[in-house]
Design a protein around this ligand. Structure first.
Ligand SMILES: NC(=O)c1ccc[n+]([C@@H]2O[C@H](COP(=O)([O-])OP(=O)(O)OC[C@H]3O[C@@H](n4cnc5c(N)ncnc54)[C@H](OP(=O)(O)O)[C@@H]3O)[C@@H](O)[C@H]2O)c1
Length: 351
């Protein structure tokens, strides 16, 4: 039996994880948490909001599936890494904001960090067992979101409803907007840097509109390995929860009987500047990725509340990144302070 704590149990990832857990008798849900929705009776130990590390201390899981959205997931990420408890990580924001602190904690805890983000789960599988010097580069794929092919002028009046209509994935609202702005690929770029220890110049983003190819790794001998499958988060969730067994899921394998076209195109960095801003924040290092994430969270919330136009999301993040000092955080306290300052600046900019 594997004892699992599921954080973010009421969300898109959380609900799909519950499906996977209930289909596998060897997976035991010992604890569950949400932000505000009631979850009484879902697991022996439950918690709504508050400090999620208290729930983890009480339930002593073997695997933490962190599917909380946003910076709020950070204490749980650090707890799992510090305690050497396997971390199945959907909450990319925590690794983006606190990459160095998280890797230090992982080194001390010496536990497993298994990505749940589909691209990173795919890359993890392509890379597994291969040494870093064999790798030429990693290619993260993206659908391009609902606004792929649009110009900046056409996005002036883009509404939350339009941004939330993702062509290939059904996800929570924050990541769906991030997919529409390409901030999600930016967060994933930084996430991949920390997960796989690759420099930014060895990580590329390419659009693949049907979301069938989840990632590719190019090797030094000219070969590339790709991970393919229909877009369904139950696959990477199941992969992480049953690692290294790769248990069966109800998801169908690829069907070639009707043919299968795979098209790739470069992202439009002018129309979607958040991808370039994320790359620069990642390259600058320090607390720039933390500030990128914080400003983006504030701007997305303002957009969803109708207080900020779609193009204002990138403008807000740009403004905040130009203002923060970005110096590295020596501890969690300094990181939380950098996050708070970026949020304060973003609230001021997002008007
Ligand atoms: N959805 C996907 O397909 C997908 C794919 C790849 C990666 N991810 C990543 O997975 C994470 C979750 O995404 P999602 O789409 O599942 O989001 P979502 O549907 O919005 O769900 C978010 C979950 O987090 C909980 N939560 C929010 N704030 C919290 C807090 N302060 N403390 C405890 N719990 C809190 C929510 O609880 P309440 O319901 O009570 O508010 C909910 O259970 C994000 O980091 C996202 O980037 C998602």
């Amino acid at each position: 039996m594997t004892r699992i704590a599921l954080l973010g149990a009421t969300g898109s990832i959380g609900r799909q994880a519950l499906e996977i857990i209930s289909a596998h008798p060897e997976l035991e849900l010992v604890a569950a948490a949400s932000g505000s929705q009631p979850i009484d009776g879902l697991a022996p130990v439950t918690q709504v909001g508050g400090d999620l590390t208290e729930l983890l201390e009480r339930s002593q899981p073997e695997v933490v599936l962190n599917a909380v959205v946003g910076f709020a997931g950070l204490p749980a990420t650090l707890w799992a890494l510090e305690h050497g408890v396997t971390l199945a990580l959907a909450n990319k924001e925590s690794l983006v904001a606190a990459g160095e602190l998280a890797l230090d904690a992982q080194q001390r805890g010496a536990g497993l960090l298994l990505p749940v983000d589909s691209e990173h789960s795919a890359a993890f599988q392509c890379l597994e067992g291969r040494s870093a010097e064999q790798v030429h580069s990693l290619v993260l794929t993206g659908s391009g979101g609902p606004f792929r092919g649009r110009t900046r002028d056409e996005l002036e009046d883009a509404t939350p409803e339009e941004a939330l209509a993702h062509p290939t994935w059904r996800m929570g609202p924050k990541i769906t907007v991030d997919s529409a702005t390409l901030a999600n690929k930016g967060l994933e770029l930084i996430e991949a840097h920390f997960l796989f220890g690759l420099p930014y110049e060895q990580i590329e983003v390419v659009l693949q509109p049907t979301s069938v190819v989840h990632a590719l790794v190019r090797f030094r001998d000219g070969a590339s390995l790709a991970h393919l499958g229909y877009p369904d988060m139950r696959v990477p969730i199941s992969f992480a929860l049953t690692y290294p067994e790769r248990a069966a899921t109800p998801v169908e394998s690829l069907d070639f009987s009707q043919g299968l076209m795979l098209e790739f195109e470069p992202p439009d960095l002018e129309t979607f500047p958040l991808l370039g801003l994320a790359r620069r924040a990642g390259e600058q290092g320090g607390t720039y990725p933390c500030a990128f994430n914080a400003a983006n969270e504030v701007a997305v919330a303002a957009f969803l509340e109708g207080r900020l136009p779609f193009l204002g999301i990138a403008a807000t993040v740009d403004e905040v990144l130009a203002e923060v000092d970005g110096s590295p955080a020596r501890d969690l306290e300094e990181l939380v302070e950098a996050d708070r300052e970026a949020r304060r600046l973003a609230e001021r900019a997002a008007v």
